[in-house]
Design a protein. Sequence first.
Length: 345
Amino acid sequence: MLKELLKEKNLPPFLSREEMLEILQREEYGYLPPKPERISWTETEQFIPNFCAGRAISKKVEITSCINGKTFAFPAYVTIPKKEGKHPFFICINFRDNVPDRCLPSEELNDYGFAVLSFCYQDVTTDNGDFTNGLAGVLYENGKREETSAGKIAMWAWAAQRVMDYAQSLDNLDQSRAFVCGHSRLGKTALLTAATDERFTLGFSNDSGCSGAAISRGKVGESIDFICEKFPFWFCENYQQYRKRETDMPFDQHYLAASIAPRAVYIASAEEDTWADPNHEMLTCVAISEVYEAMGKKGLICEDRLPKAGDEFHEGCVGYHLRSGCHYFSREDWLKVIKFIHKHF
Ligand code: GTR
Protein backbone atom coordinates (compact mmCIF):
# COMPACT_ATOMS: atom_id res chain seq x y z
CA MET A 1 0.00 0.00 0.00
CA LEU A 2 2.70 2.53 0.97
CA LYS A 3 4.73 1.80 -2.16
CA GLU A 4 1.61 2.39 -4.32
CA LEU A 5 0.87 5.67 -2.56
CA LEU A 6 4.39 6.83 -3.33
CA LYS A 7 4.24 5.64 -6.92
CA GLU A 8 1.17 7.78 -7.56
CA LYS A 9 3.14 10.83 -6.49
CA ASN A 10 5.67 10.49 -9.26
CA LEU A 11 8.49 11.77 -7.13
CA PRO A 12 11.68 12.85 -8.90
CA PRO A 13 14.14 9.93 -8.76
CA PHE A 14 17.02 9.99 -6.32
CA LEU A 15 20.29 11.49 -7.51
CA SER A 16 23.72 11.54 -5.92
CA ARG A 17 23.89 13.28 -2.54
CA GLU A 18 25.87 16.17 -4.10
CA GLU A 19 23.27 16.66 -6.84
CA MET A 20 20.33 16.54 -4.43
CA LEU A 21 21.97 19.05 -2.09
CA GLU A 22 22.77 21.32 -5.01
CA ILE A 23 19.11 21.35 -6.15
CA LEU A 24 17.74 21.82 -2.63
CA GLN A 25 20.03 24.76 -1.95
CA ARG A 26 19.54 26.39 -5.35
CA GLU A 27 15.74 26.00 -5.44
CA GLU A 28 14.58 25.94 -1.83
CA TYR A 29 16.82 26.96 1.08
CA GLY A 30 19.51 28.99 -0.66
CA TYR A 31 23.20 28.09 -0.51
CA LEU A 32 24.54 27.73 3.01
CA PRO A 33 26.96 30.54 3.86
CA PRO A 34 30.63 29.60 3.40
CA LYS A 35 32.65 28.02 6.18
CA PRO A 36 34.31 30.75 8.23
CA GLU A 37 37.83 31.80 7.33
CA ARG A 38 38.61 31.62 11.04
CA ILE A 39 36.69 30.47 14.07
CA SER A 40 37.39 30.88 17.80
CA TRP A 41 35.50 30.68 21.08
CA THR A 42 35.61 31.92 24.62
CA GLU A 43 34.08 29.89 27.44
CA THR A 44 32.44 30.94 30.69
CA GLU A 45 32.83 27.94 33.00
CA GLN A 46 30.24 26.98 35.65
CA PHE A 47 27.60 29.02 33.87
CA ILE A 48 24.94 27.38 36.06
CA PRO A 49 26.63 26.59 39.39
CA ASN A 50 26.12 23.01 40.56
CA PHE A 51 23.97 22.19 37.52
CA CYS A 52 22.53 18.67 37.60
CA ALA A 53 23.44 18.27 41.28
CA GLY A 54 27.05 18.96 40.47
CA ARG A 55 27.19 16.07 38.00
CA ALA A 56 27.52 18.26 34.89
CA ILE A 57 29.85 20.90 33.53
CA SER A 58 27.86 23.95 32.49
CA LYS A 59 29.34 26.56 30.18
CA LYS A 60 28.33 29.48 28.04
CA VAL A 61 30.45 29.67 24.91
CA GLU A 62 30.74 32.67 22.62
CA ILE A 63 31.55 31.39 19.12
CA THR A 64 33.18 33.94 16.83
CA SER A 65 33.52 33.42 13.07
CA CYS A 66 35.28 35.50 10.49
CA ILE A 67 33.40 35.57 7.16
CA ASN A 68 34.33 37.78 4.20
CA GLY A 69 36.72 39.56 6.53
CA LYS A 70 33.87 40.45 8.92
CA THR A 71 33.25 39.12 12.39
CA PHE A 72 30.10 37.43 13.62
CA ALA A 73 29.55 35.96 17.12
CA PHE A 74 26.72 34.11 18.86
CA PRO A 75 26.40 32.28 22.22
CA ALA A 76 25.89 28.55 22.79
CA TYR A 77 25.12 26.76 26.04
CA VAL A 78 26.84 23.53 26.96
CA THR A 79 26.04 20.81 29.50
CA ILE A 80 28.45 17.86 29.70
CA PRO A 81 28.26 14.94 32.14
CA LYS A 82 31.24 15.03 34.51
CA LYS A 83 31.66 11.29 34.66
CA GLU A 84 34.62 9.70 32.87
CA GLY A 85 34.49 8.83 29.20
CA LYS A 86 33.37 10.26 25.91
CA HIS A 87 29.73 11.30 25.84
CA PRO A 88 27.19 11.21 23.04
CA PHE A 89 25.81 14.68 22.38
CA PHE A 90 22.91 16.63 20.97
CA ILE A 91 23.31 19.93 19.20
CA CYS A 92 19.89 21.50 19.74
CA ILE A 93 18.69 24.38 17.64
CA ASN A 94 16.30 26.00 20.05
CA PHE A 95 13.61 28.68 20.13
CA ARG A 96 14.96 30.07 23.39
CA ASP A 97 18.30 30.34 25.16
CA ASN A 98 17.01 28.78 28.40
CA VAL A 99 18.94 25.93 29.99
CA PRO A 100 17.11 23.79 30.81
CA ASP A 101 14.22 24.71 28.60
CA ARG A 102 10.62 23.51 28.70
CA CYS A 103 11.26 21.58 25.46
CA LEU A 104 14.93 20.79 26.09
CA PRO A 105 15.34 18.71 29.27
CA SER A 106 19.11 19.16 29.66
CA GLU A 107 19.11 17.70 33.15
CA GLU A 108 17.31 14.48 32.21
CA LEU A 109 19.51 14.20 29.12
CA ASN A 110 22.56 14.52 31.37
CA ASP A 111 21.20 11.76 33.58
CA TYR A 112 20.86 9.56 30.49
CA GLY A 113 24.53 10.28 29.71
CA PHE A 114 24.09 12.85 26.94
CA ALA A 115 25.87 16.17 26.60
CA VAL A 116 23.75 19.01 25.23
CA LEU A 117 24.95 21.99 23.19
CA SER A 118 22.15 24.40 22.42
CA PHE A 119 21.70 27.86 21.00
CA CYS A 120 18.82 30.23 20.39
CA TYR A 121 18.17 30.61 16.67
CA GLN A 122 17.35 34.31 16.96
CA ASP A 123 20.81 34.94 18.41
CA VAL A 124 22.04 34.05 14.91
CA THR A 125 19.60 36.19 12.95
CA THR A 126 16.01 37.26 13.55
CA ASP A 127 13.05 35.16 12.43
CA ASN A 128 11.67 37.70 9.96
CA GLY A 129 12.38 39.34 6.62
CA ASP A 130 15.10 41.61 8.00
CA PHE A 131 18.37 40.55 6.35
CA THR A 132 20.44 43.30 7.94
CA ASN A 133 21.00 41.80 11.41
CA GLY A 134 23.26 39.10 12.88
CA LEU A 135 24.73 36.65 10.38
CA ALA A 136 22.51 38.08 7.60
CA GLY A 137 24.00 41.52 8.22
CA VAL A 138 27.50 40.12 7.77
CA LEU A 139 26.58 38.26 4.57
CA TYR A 140 24.49 40.80 2.68
CA GLU A 141 25.14 44.41 1.72
CA ASN A 142 22.18 46.50 2.90
CA GLY A 143 20.07 43.38 3.47
CA LYS A 144 19.81 42.61 -0.27
CA ARG A 145 20.12 39.01 -1.37
CA GLU A 146 20.19 37.16 -4.70
CA GLU A 147 17.68 34.52 -5.83
CA THR A 148 19.75 31.65 -4.48
CA SER A 149 21.23 33.33 -1.41
CA ALA A 150 20.70 31.68 1.97
CA GLY A 151 17.34 32.14 3.64
CA LYS A 152 17.05 32.08 7.42
CA ILE A 153 16.83 28.27 7.73
CA ALA A 154 20.16 27.91 5.89
CA MET A 155 21.71 30.47 8.24
CA TRP A 156 20.48 28.67 11.36
CA ALA A 157 21.83 25.40 9.91
CA TRP A 158 25.20 27.09 9.30
CA ALA A 159 25.23 28.16 12.97
CA ALA A 160 24.55 24.59 14.15
CA GLN A 161 27.60 23.56 12.11
CA ARG A 162 29.71 26.17 13.92
CA VAL A 163 28.58 24.68 17.23
CA MET A 164 29.80 21.38 15.77
CA ASP A 165 33.19 23.01 15.03
CA TYR A 166 33.38 23.85 18.71
CA ALA A 167 32.13 20.37 19.78
CA GLN A 168 34.96 18.79 17.81
CA SER A 169 37.47 20.58 20.02
CA LEU A 170 36.20 18.82 23.16
CA ASP A 171 37.77 15.45 23.91
CA ASN A 172 35.03 14.37 26.30
CA LEU A 173 32.49 14.18 23.44
CA ASP A 174 32.05 11.08 21.27
CA GLN A 175 32.11 12.24 17.65
CA SER A 176 30.58 8.97 16.44
CA ARG A 177 27.40 9.82 18.39
CA ALA A 178 26.76 13.41 17.28
CA PHE A 179 23.06 14.22 16.93
CA VAL A 180 21.33 17.38 15.72
CA CYS A 181 17.72 18.14 16.56
CA GLY A 182 15.03 20.78 16.36
CA HIS A 183 11.29 21.26 16.43
CA SER A 184 9.02 22.64 13.71
CA ARG A 185 10.86 25.33 11.67
CA LEU A 186 13.93 24.25 13.60
CA GLY A 187 13.20 20.62 12.70
CA LYS A 188 13.45 21.69 9.04
CA THR A 189 16.73 23.33 10.05
CA ALA A 190 18.00 20.18 11.82
CA LEU A 191 17.44 18.09 8.69
CA LEU A 192 19.24 20.62 6.50
CA THR A 193 22.11 20.73 9.02
CA ALA A 194 22.59 16.95 8.99
CA ALA A 195 22.05 16.70 5.23
CA THR A 196 24.84 19.17 4.46
CA ASP A 197 27.32 18.11 7.16
CA GLU A 198 28.54 14.53 7.44
CA ARG A 199 29.95 15.05 10.92
CA PHE A 200 26.43 14.54 12.29
CA THR A 201 25.58 10.87 12.77
CA LEU A 202 21.83 11.46 13.23
CA GLY A 203 19.38 14.14 12.09
CA PHE A 204 16.25 14.35 14.26
CA SER A 205 13.30 16.48 13.24
CA ASN A 206 10.24 16.90 15.44
CA ASP A 207 6.96 17.97 13.78
CA SER A 208 8.81 19.72 10.94
CA GLY A 209 6.15 19.23 8.25
CA CYS A 210 6.06 21.47 5.19
CA SER A 211 9.48 22.04 3.58
CA GLY A 212 10.95 19.84 6.30
CA ALA A 213 10.24 16.13 6.72
CA ALA A 214 6.98 15.97 4.74
CA ILE A 215 6.77 15.24 1.03
CA SER A 216 5.14 18.25 -0.65
CA ARG A 217 3.33 16.48 -3.50
CA GLY A 218 -0.22 15.81 -2.30
CA LYS A 219 0.51 17.10 1.19
CA VAL A 220 -2.43 18.31 3.30
CA GLY A 221 -2.30 21.16 5.83
CA GLU A 222 0.46 23.66 5.12
CA SER A 223 1.43 24.03 1.47
CA ILE A 224 4.35 25.64 -0.33
CA ASP A 225 2.00 28.44 -1.36
CA PHE A 226 1.14 29.16 2.26
CA ILE A 227 4.65 28.89 3.66
CA CYS A 228 6.05 31.11 0.89
CA GLU A 229 3.39 33.71 1.63
CA LYS A 230 3.88 33.75 5.38
CA PHE A 231 7.57 32.87 5.78
CA PRO A 232 9.33 33.79 2.49
CA PHE A 233 12.47 34.69 4.44
CA TRP A 234 13.01 31.09 5.64
CA PHE A 235 13.91 30.14 2.06
CA CYS A 236 15.70 31.52 -0.97
CA GLU A 237 13.74 33.65 -3.38
CA ASN A 238 13.78 30.90 -6.01
CA TYR A 239 11.39 28.82 -3.89
CA GLN A 240 8.54 31.26 -4.62
CA GLN A 241 8.24 29.90 -8.16
CA TYR A 242 6.88 26.59 -6.84
CA ARG A 243 3.78 28.02 -5.19
CA LYS A 244 0.85 25.85 -6.38
CA ARG A 245 3.36 24.07 -8.63
CA GLU A 246 4.53 21.22 -6.39
CA THR A 247 4.30 18.71 -9.20
CA ASP A 248 6.69 20.76 -11.37
CA MET A 249 9.44 20.78 -8.78
CA PRO A 250 12.65 19.01 -9.83
CA PHE A 251 12.91 17.81 -6.20
CA ASP A 252 10.80 17.03 -3.16
CA GLN A 253 11.54 16.70 0.53
CA HIS A 254 12.70 13.08 0.15
CA TYR A 255 15.94 14.59 -1.25
CA LEU A 256 16.57 16.32 2.08
CA ALA A 257 16.24 13.27 4.34
CA ALA A 258 17.96 11.01 1.77
CA SER A 259 21.01 13.29 1.83
CA ILE A 260 21.59 12.16 5.41
CA ALA A 261 22.01 8.49 4.33
CA PRO A 262 23.69 6.24 5.31
CA ARG A 263 23.68 8.12 8.62
CA ALA A 264 20.58 7.82 10.80
CA VAL A 265 17.43 9.90 10.38
CA TYR A 266 14.66 10.19 12.94
CA ILE A 267 11.33 11.79 12.10
CA ALA A 268 8.75 12.42 14.81
CA SER A 269 5.12 13.39 14.18
CA ALA A 270 2.14 14.26 16.37
CA GLU A 271 -1.39 12.99 15.74
CA GLU A 272 -3.15 16.36 15.97
CA ASP A 273 -0.48 18.14 13.93
CA THR A 274 -2.41 17.93 10.69
CA TRP A 275 -0.76 21.19 9.56
CA ALA A 276 2.53 19.28 9.35
CA ASP A 277 0.78 16.17 7.93
CA PRO A 278 2.10 13.04 9.70
CA ASN A 279 1.20 10.80 6.74
CA HIS A 280 3.45 12.74 4.40
CA GLU A 281 6.20 12.82 7.02
CA MET A 282 6.09 9.06 7.25
CA LEU A 283 5.98 8.69 3.46
CA THR A 284 9.36 10.42 3.32
CA CYS A 285 10.74 7.70 5.59
CA VAL A 286 9.29 5.07 3.27
CA ALA A 287 10.65 6.79 0.15
CA ILE A 288 14.22 7.16 1.40
CA SER A 289 14.44 3.54 2.48
CA GLU A 290 15.57 2.51 -1.00
CA VAL A 291 18.60 4.78 -0.62
CA TYR A 292 19.54 3.09 2.66
CA GLU A 293 18.99 -0.35 1.19
CA ALA A 294 21.23 0.48 -1.78
CA MET A 295 23.90 1.33 0.79
CA GLY A 296 23.45 -2.01 2.53
CA LYS A 297 21.47 -0.56 5.46
CA LYS A 298 17.94 -0.99 6.69
CA GLY A 299 15.60 1.93 6.00
CA LEU A 300 12.22 2.25 7.71
CA ILE A 301 10.91 -1.05 9.02
CA CYS A 302 7.16 -0.74 9.46
CA GLU A 303 3.80 -2.25 8.73
CA ASP A 304 2.44 -1.55 5.27
CA ARG A 305 -0.06 1.15 6.27
CA LEU A 306 -0.23 4.81 7.22
CA PRO A 307 0.76 5.62 10.80
CA LYS A 308 -1.47 5.70 13.86
CA ALA A 309 -0.81 7.23 17.27
CA GLY A 310 1.44 5.00 19.35
CA ASP A 311 3.45 3.76 16.35
CA GLU A 312 7.15 3.59 16.95
CA PHE A 313 9.37 2.24 14.17
CA HIS A 314 12.88 1.82 15.49
CA GLU A 315 14.29 -1.23 13.71
CA GLY A 316 16.03 0.41 10.75
CA CYS A 317 18.39 3.39 10.34
CA VAL A 318 15.32 5.49 9.56
CA GLY A 319 13.28 5.92 12.72
CA TYR A 320 9.75 7.27 12.97
CA HIS A 321 7.09 7.74 15.61
CA LEU A 322 3.61 9.19 15.79
CA ARG A 323 2.51 10.20 19.27
CA SER A 324 -0.86 11.46 20.42
CA GLY A 325 -1.33 15.17 21.15
CA CYS A 326 -0.54 18.36 19.34
CA HIS A 327 2.36 20.22 17.71
CA TYR A 328 4.90 20.31 20.55
CA PHE A 329 8.38 19.07 21.43
CA SER A 330 7.45 16.83 24.34
CA ARG A 331 9.20 14.55 26.83
CA GLU A 332 7.60 11.65 25.00
CA ASP A 333 9.37 12.67 21.79
CA TRP A 334 12.68 12.84 23.64
CA LEU A 335 12.20 9.48 25.35
CA LYS A 336 11.40 7.80 22.06
CA VAL A 337 14.41 9.19 20.23
CA ILE A 338 16.63 8.17 23.16
CA LYS A 339 15.24 4.65 22.84
CA PHE A 340 16.10 4.67 19.12
CA ILE A 341 19.60 5.97 19.85
CA HIS A 342 20.22 3.30 22.48
CA LYS A 343 19.25 0.67 19.92
CA HIS A 344 21.53 1.95 17.18
CA PHE A 345 24.51 3.70 18.80
C1 GTR B 1 4.08 27.34 11.56
C2 GTR B 1 4.60 27.02 10.22
C3 GTR B 1 5.19 25.65 10.19
C4 GTR B 1 6.05 25.35 11.40
C5 GTR B 1 5.69 26.15 12.63
C6 GTR B 1 6.77 26.43 13.65
O1 GTR B 1 3.37 28.50 11.65
O2 GTR B 1 3.54 27.12 9.33
O3 GTR B 1 5.86 25.40 8.99
O4 GTR B 1 7.39 25.39 11.10
O5 GTR B 1 5.21 27.41 12.36
O6 GTR B 1 7.95 26.52 13.33
O7 GTR B 1 6.39 26.63 14.80
